[in-house]
Ligand binder design. Structure first.
Ligand SMILES: Nc1ncnc2c1ncn2[C@@H]1O[C@H](COP(=O)(O)OP(=O)(O)O)[C@@H](O)[C@H]1O
Ligand SMILES: [Mg+2]
Length: 369
């Protein structure tokens, strides 16, 4: 059998995505593989000798972890727990885990083998895929409706102009003017709903360029009433992107932040409105189900009242708006552009701190959707 290499089992265990823990007869940790080190964010040397119960048993858990572990150790009865919450370094992690007995031969006590899979990451991936699909369906629906609205508008406008001319009476022109201006308003709205028709053109972009463009636009608009702070990591690599579309994304999100701050003056009794533009490198980020080693992250943060709780989950969907005069299209268009760039936008919001984070992978195959 010379066609297969000899497998170094230690290497194999360290390359597995399942986290593995070995526990001795006193229920202390004596081995963890690389995945487990990554999951717990601790090194083998720090974890060595620690009682495993400290990790596996959350304080308010009614399950008797200690008893179950002993039972497996002595009787060999394996067990699995799903969606368990374990506590590592004061952080709650959701995992599925299986405990089984590892027999090591007659002269040694049996050990426990614990295999853990993080469900947080799985949940996040499933949730993202779901939301991308829903988002695409919604976008298509919106485009369809926009087409239907737009089609007759040209006819209505033309007919109204003819009517105005043939009536030739200032008494009626007031009415025909209303029709024409409302038709124009609808046409602008339908164009926004349809989104950009131009195909994106990708080129290497230093993300600070579009950020600075948007910043100068905002500075003029807000007339220094809002403090704008820059926190840039200038060592960021260039990304492949459509410069104009990136400006549109950053602008849509920044304008929302400015609106949230200027339209809620009561919120700022003891502090000044502030917009923070931040750039960072983000390691290990899952975008659209693909795990990227690193990506460029742009945060657009404000200290306003936050996204209303009732729309937080659906804020990227078209037509979802918390403002009386809003269209609910800004974030949907922005998310769509980011998907075309194989990137994504995430939002975290509590009163006083709202962060929209844009993630752009460095190198990717751009699929125009
Ligand atoms: N930074 C922010 N702070 C508070 N609310 C926000 C922020 N960004 C977005 N929102 C909420 O999300 C909604 C949707 O935004 P968007 O898609 O741009 O549509 P629109 O601005 O037309 O309402 C806004 O109406 C607002 O309620
Ligand atoms: Mg908006």
């Amino acid at each position: 059998m010379d066609q297969y290499p000899t497998i170094d089992y230690r290497l194999l265990v360290d390359n597995m995505s399942t986290a593995i823990l070995l526990v001795d007869k006193d229920l202390n940790i004596f081995y963890l593989n690389s995945s487990c080190e990554a999951l717990f964010d601790v090194s083998l040397t720090r974890a060595l000798g620690q009682p495993v119960i400290n990790i596996l048993h959350a304080p308010n858990d009614s399950f008797d972890t200690h008893e179950a572990l002993l039972n497996t150790l002595h009787k060999g009865q394996a067990y699995t727990r799903r969606e368990a919450i374990i506590n590592v370094n004061f952080k709650d992690i959701h995992v599925d885990y299986t405990v089984s007995q590892l027999s090591t031969g007659k002269s040694y006590h049996p050990l426990l083998l614990i295999e853990l899979n993080s469900t947080d990451r799985m949940l996040k991936i499933a949730k993202e895929e779901n939301s991308i699909q829903q988002h695409q369906v919604a976008r298509q629906l919106i485009r369809g409706v926009a087409h239907e609205i737009k089609n007759p508008l040209g006819g209505i406008r033309g007919a109204t102009q003819l009517l105005a001319r043939s009536l030739n009476d200032p008494q009626y022109s007031e009415f025909t003017d209303v029709i024409i201006s409302e038709v124009d308003r609808l046409r602008t709205l339908a164009d926004t709903m349809l989104g950009s028709r131009q195909l994106p053109s990708y080129e290497p972009v230093n993300v600070h360029e579009p950020l600075e463009r948007v910043r100068s636009l905002i500075v003029n608009q807000t007339k220094k009433k809002i403090k704008i702070t820059r926190d840039y990591d200038l060592s960021l690599p260039e990304v492949k992107a459509d410069r104009d579309q990136l400006i549109q994304v950053i602008l849509n999100i920044s304008v929302n932040a400015i609106q949230a701050m200027t339209e809620n003056k009561d919120f700022f009794v003891d502090h000044q409105p502030e917009l923070i533009l931040r750039t960072r490198i983000q390691r290990l980020v899952t975008i659209n189900g693909v795990l990227n080693k690193s990506a460029v992250r742009i945060d657009i943060q404000d200290n306003g009242p936050g996204v209303p709780e009732e729309i937080l989950e659906s804020v990227f969907y078209p037509l979802v708006t918390g403002r009386a005069k809003g269209t609910g299209l800004g974030l949907s268009i922005a998310q769509n552009i980011m998907h075309q760039h194989n990137g994504m936008i995430e939002c975290q919001s509590v009163p006083g701190k709202t962060v929209f984070s844009l993630y752009l992978p460095w190198e990717s195959n751009h699929v125009a959707k």
